[in-house]
Ligand binder design. Structure first.
Ligand SMILES: [Zn+2]
Length: 185
């Protein structure tokens, strides 16, 4: 039997509820979940890298996005009218490049993901990855990877993909650091 353990991912953002006279009524932290529309697929990918629960699909049926919003997700869109219609639960993304978009969102929503949540989700399915212990699915993973990362291999319970630290991840970490996401625990 494989020893499987799910990552625990508390992803919080600070918020302040302000009343009409500008007084802070409520202050705290809450989990943020997103639904990204078809125009911000790359942004969705990077949010998943950071560990945010981000639903994205390349095509939505009419009313489908609204369903995700009703379920408590914040809509990310470049569509001005769509953002206006769902104004209290939508963020209009203005930047063209994914770097600008991510920095914009980080600033607007005060995103401060802990370093421990990075790379905790499958970039395809958005599912939380699980630790795969020694011996798991050995055939699918190159031998040198197993040798170097015995305790650091994880897998997606939905699609079965395996993930491990490597040069690809290092490049993404460097990129995130450049965009202002420090290695904070
Ligand atoms: Zn997956």
């Amino acid at each position: 039997m494989h020893n499987i353990q799910a990552f625990h991912v508390p992803l919080l953002t600070s918020y302040e509820a302000i009343n009409s006279s500008g007084h802070v009524m409520e202050k705290g932290k809450k989990e943020v979940r997103f639904v990204a529309d078809v125009m911000v697929g790359k942004l969705a990918k990077w949010l998943k890298v950071l560990g945010y629960d981000t639903h994205y699909q390349p095509r939505y049926h009419p009313g489908e996005i609204d369903m995700f919003v009703r379920d408590g997700r914040i809509l990310l869109t470049r569509h001005k009218r769509r953002a206006e219609r769902l104004s209290s639960v939508a963020v209009l993304i203005r930047g063209n490049q994914v770097s600008e978009q991510l920095i914009e969102l980080k600033r607007e929503l005060h995103l401060e993901p802990a370093r421990s949540t990075w790379f905790s989700r499958c970039l395809i399915c958005n599912a939380i990855l699980r630790h795969a212990c020694e011996g798991v699915a050995g055939e699918k993973i190159p031998e040198y990877v197993l040798y170097q990362n015995r305790t650091n291999i994880s897998f997606c319970p939905l699609c079965g993909r395996h993930f491990w630290p490597g040069s690809h991840r290092e490049r993404m970490e460097a990129q995130l650091k450049e965009w202002g996401f420090p290695f904070k625990h």
